[in-house]
Design a protein around this ligand. Structure first.
Ligand SMILES: NC(=O)c1ccc[n+]([C@@H]2O[C@H](COP(=O)([O-])OP(=O)(O)OC[C@H]3O[C@@H](n4cnc5c(N)ncnc54)[C@H](OP(=O)(O)O)[C@@H]3O)[C@@H](O)[C@H]2O)c1
Length: 240
């Protein structure tokens, strides 16, 4: 049976790989991001199952307008949109406040606002919410890691609220994943080597294997898993 799937940040990187997987399985996939051209390119390349929707998910009014154009039933919500503040400057506490607010908006609000807006449309007995966090939430990484860690606490609360309706809520926490826009110019060859060296498997990840983890948590087989964090990081967190 075809499912209605929402993938935030589905135009690039991990989100695009997730959208491709669901589309291949015959699902109808809404991909959301702020850049129309990026979304339309993904839709063109991935086929007619993909429908682009433009929205800044940190903006509550924009999210309200967005959901008005969405189907009444959502089977799978993948909260993948997120990023790390690198530009916010400023010295002293005002600079600190700007960076923390920015990372909170980029990662927490983009997830929580849409989930709240779609909560009543999530399919009872089988609905799935899968949210992208990061190994940074556990390793520690300033305001970005703290924002992702906030999602872990929020997800447990969400799982408790949705559980009685037969809906699960889980998190995928990737380590370093190459081939996305996340790092921009910062992911040099030397940096890839350094990050590969802190895993157990000696390499960084690729978007498609994170997508596979998301698809598993969205499957019927994963119906007894909820409130969890699945670390897809090549063993980074347990390496001695
Ligand atoms: N790559 C890694 O190593 C890594 C590791 C751990 C966790 N993660 C997490 O994995 C997720 C996906 O990242 P990625 O690596 O695939 O990076 P990416 O290619 O930069 O993807 C992020 C996507 O989110 C969208 N987005 C960002 N802010 C948005 C907003 N306010 N409203 C709507 N869409 C927004 C972006 O599109 P627009 O710019 O067009 O809006 C973009 O398509 C993120 O949550 C990231 O924190 C990544």
């Amino acid at each position: 049976m075809s499912r209605n799937v929402v993938v935030t940040g589905g135009g690039t990187g991990i989100g695009r790989a997730v959208a491709a997987r669901f589309a291949e399985a015959g699902d109808a996939v809404l991909v959301i991001g702020r850049r129309r051209d990026v979304l339309e390119r993904a839709a063109k390349e991935l086929g007619p199952a993909i429908r682009p929707m433009v929205c800044d998910l940190a903006d509550p009014d924009a999210v309200e307008a967005l959901v008005a154009g969405m189907p009444e039933r959502i089977d799978v919500l993948v909260n993948n949109a997120g990023s790390r503040e690198t530009a916010a400057s400023g010295t002293g506490l005002s600079g600190t406040a700007a960076r923390w607010r920015s990372d909170f908006e980029r990662n927490v609000l983009t997830t929580v606002l849409l989930t709240e807006a779609l909560r009543d449309r999530l399919a009872a007995d089988g609905g799935r919410v899968v949210t992208l966090s990061s190994s940074a939430a556990v390793r520690g990484a300033g305001s970005y890691g703290a924002a992702k860690a906030a999602l872990h606490a929020w997800n447990r609360h969400l799982a408790a609220q949705l559980g009685p309706s037969g809906i699960t809520a889980n998190i995928v926490a990737p380590g370093t994943v190459a081939g996305t826009e996340f790092f921009g110019e910062r992911l040099t060859e030397a940096e890839v080597t350094r990050r590969a060296g802190r895993t157990l498997v000696g390499r960084v990840g690729v978007p498609d294997e994170i997508a596979g983890t998301v698809v598993f948590l969205a499957s019927a087989e994963a119906g007894y898993i909820t409130g969890e964090v699945l670390h897809a990081d090549g063993g980074e967190l347990i390496r001695r």
